[in-house]
Design a protein. Sequence first.
Length: 107
Amino acid sequence: MKVVDLDRDAIKAGLADQSMLVIDVREPHEFEQGHIPGAITHPLSTFDPGTLAALIAEDARTPVFSCMSGVRSVQALAAAQNAGLPIEAHYRGGFKDWAGSGEPVEV
């Protein structure tokens, strides 16, 4: 399995230049309580490779998984790669790092 760890600065840069699609794999209630601005939700508990593949095919940005702290995002990487999807990057610090550093949060 290939894992590319991205930090907050990389996420900020990717969002700023619109080259990155942040896919939040936390549960819906977690996402609703706050998420990285522009992130989309695709919970790990209902992970669907087909839906994810279609989403990625429609969006030219680089997909990056994010969760609360970087654990579920690595699990999502494994699931995606096992399904043949070309996703290798995740936000190592996750939402905990993002919000804890005072970055803007969308609700």
